[in-house]
Design a protein around this ligand. Structure first.
Ligand code: ACO
Ligand code: PYR
Length: 538
């Protein structure tokens, strides 16, 4: 089997994603996670370019993977030894150093303003300097595919120059991300035919046409033996090739599975979902449900026809077993569902209902009617479960909210600064007792967190015997969507919750009023938690 090397650039190109800013400690955690996964190279960043990257390299974790510092070829008019940017990269002391350099005459002329020969001399001197210091050198051939289209001889000469100067890898970069898979395959094939060995050739793609993974596989098909990518496809503009998609493809799909080996252990494949979600947690953003293999919807079977067949045999609508990448199958409820979805969802919630139960068509009709009003149950399974339980007469009455009031006030504070303050009062009835709770919504700096936060704090302030359960839960995401148009427009609020026991659940509320829709989703979230904790109604 041919060995394929995996080069992760989450900490470098991934950090070039708009809105992504890792701390040095977060980089170290991600590096350890990548090392456990078994990638061959971890590109940690650009030492000297910013304090975070310098701090990361100053205390980089020990890894089996080759820790790699990124930088650029030396600038013209100075020696490699005297280039301060290159010196900072080398001072990180990593086993490998990857230098980006120009290969497209247009960029040599426009961006660097030097001759084509001077660019070759810069590549040669920079790579030779890295290898003379005993480091493994990689050359990222920037804009290679555009350069090849313009002047193939010069583009290949840049690669040859880097290899002759001692580079272990030359990496074909589709920097602007506009090249399509067939062209990537043709050019990679031509480069190998021109004498650049495939086992010294890498591929680095961007997703600007939505083809980064396909382009990477096309280069591998043509013979490239190093692939560069990032977790969850982070990266400049639209992102890089996603290793979270590529790794399962390489390990599970033919012809890669039986012709190529990687450093990823088969059991590590089962951690892909955890790794992908952990990265999103670090980034403090919700995970994209539609990610191939690892997304929460990757094995969600919404349509009635799909669900009916899946229950008979999962292979009918699944290309791999979800567990092989650590994911799980979901059969959500929605207006696309049939009775198969319904029975599967009820069984998952521990509710056994016979096939003939007259409640089944009633629940199905109810779900479809409510979705018509703006509810969306496929991403709010907890609300669906509560609805079904009510219809089946299986929903305990934990507490009732008699009424609530929310006020928002905009005023000047004592310093003359304009502030807003939200306050909420909730009147609930628990076991015959009337409980009144009030809350003002403030963050630690005295700033307003808004009316929904005030309502949540008032609701969660005094639920008597249920208080401990509610204290153990938190709201993790809040999404608002206006559905319908004009006078028929309603607000749909979806709330994601989690608890100390590691459970995650989603609830939905709909109303013409944003706060009221939020209230409905909050009440469902609390009821589902009490239900799952097995608490008894009073
Ligand atoms: C394709 C890629 O994604 S490569 C990775 C790109 N990543 C980054 O740029 C992030 C980190 N970069 C930085 O922090 C900064 O750009 C630094 C510290 C590297 C350089 O900062 P500055 O010295 O202020 O330069 P600035 O960013 O304005 O411009 C880059 C300079 O490098 C030159 N340059 C660009 N590529 C190369 C190269 N391969 N070899 C030599 N010089 C290069 C440019 O011509 C420009 O020179 P000029 O200032 O004489 O016009
Ligand atoms: C090197 C790199 O990130 C690119 O060319 O896209």
């Amino acid at each position: 089997m041919d060995r394929l090397y995996l080069y992760d650039t989450t900490l470098r190109d991934g950090q070039q994603t708009q809105g992504v800013q890792f701390s040095a400690a977060e980089k170290a955690e991600i590096a350890r996670m990548l090392d456990d996964l078994g990638v061959d190279y971890i590109e940690g960043g650009w030492p000297g370019a910013n304090p975070t990257d310098s701090d990361f390299f100053a205390a980089a974790p020990q890894t089996f993977a080759t820790m790699t510092a990124f930088g650029m070829t030396k600038r013209a008019g100075r020696s490699a030894e005297n280039d301060d940017v290159l010196a900072a990269v080398l001072n990180a002391g990593t086993r490998a150093v990857c230098l980006v350099g120009k290969t497209h005459p247009f960029h040599v002329r426009e961006a660097l303003g030097i001759s084509l020969d001077d660019n070759l001399a810069n590549i040669r001197a920079s790579i030779a300097h890295v290898t003379a210091l005993g480091r493994e050198a990689l050359f990222d051939a920037e804009h290679f595919f555009d350069g090849y289209a313009d002047d193939p001889d010069y583009a290949v000469l840049c690669l040859r120059t880097a290899l002759e100067a001692g580079a272990r890898w030359v990496v074909l970069c589709d920097t602007n991300g506009g090249t399509l898979p067939a062209q990537i395959h043709a050019v990679t094939t031509a480069v190998i035919a021109a004498g650049i060995p495939g086992n010294h050739l890498g591929i680095h793609t961007h997703d600007d046409t939505g083809n980064a993974v396909a382009c990477t596989l096309a280069a591998v098909d043509a013979g490239a033996r190093q692939i560069q990518g990032t977790l969850n496809g982070l990266g400049e503009r639209c992102g890089n090739a996603s290793l979270t998609s590529l790794i399962p493809t390489l390990l599970l799909k033919e012809p890669y599975r039986s012709t190529l080996s990687t450093g990823i252990a088969p059991e590590a494949l089962g951690r892909m979902v955890r790794i992908s979600r952990r990265l999103d947690e670090i980034l403090n953003r919700p995970s994209a449900r539609g990610l191939p293999y690892v997304g929460a919807s990757a094995f969600a079977h919404k349509a009635g026809l799909h669900a009916s067949a899946i229950i008979k045999n999962p292979a009918t609508y699944e290309h791999i077993a979800p567990e092989s990448v650590g994911n799980e199958r979901i059969i959500p409820m929605s207006n696309q569902a049939g009775q198969s979805n319904l029975r599967a969802r009820l069984a998952e919630a521990g509710i056994e209902v016979s096939r003939e139960d007259p409640a089944l068509p009633r629940i199905l009709d109810l779900v479809k009617a409510r979705e018509d009003q703006g509810y969306a149950y496929d991403a709010a399974q907890a609300s669906f479960e509560l609805l079904a339980r009510s219809e089946l007469g299986l929903m305990p009455r934990f507490f009732e909210v008699e009424r609530y009031r929310v006020t928002i006030e905009r005023r000047m504070n004592a310093l003359g600064r304009r502030i807003s303050v939200s306050e909420a009062v909730v009147v609930a009835r628990i076991a015959g007792e009337r409980v009144i709770s009030a809350s003002e919504s403030m963050d630690e700096h005295g700033g307003d967190r808004g009316p929904v936060s005030a309502l949540w704090h008032a609701l969660g302030k005094d639920l008597g015997p249920y208080q401990a359960a509610v204290d153990g839960m938190r709201l993790t995401d809040f999404r608002v969507r206006i559905t319908g148009a004009g006078v028929d427009a309603v607000t749909r609020v979806t709330i994601d919750s989690a608890d100390d026991l590691g459970r995650h659940w989603s609830t939905v509320g709909v109303s013409p009023n944003l706060v009221d829709a939020s209230f409905e989703a909050l009440i469902d979230a609390i009821h589902w938690k009490l239900l799952r904790d097995g608490l008894a109604p009073l």
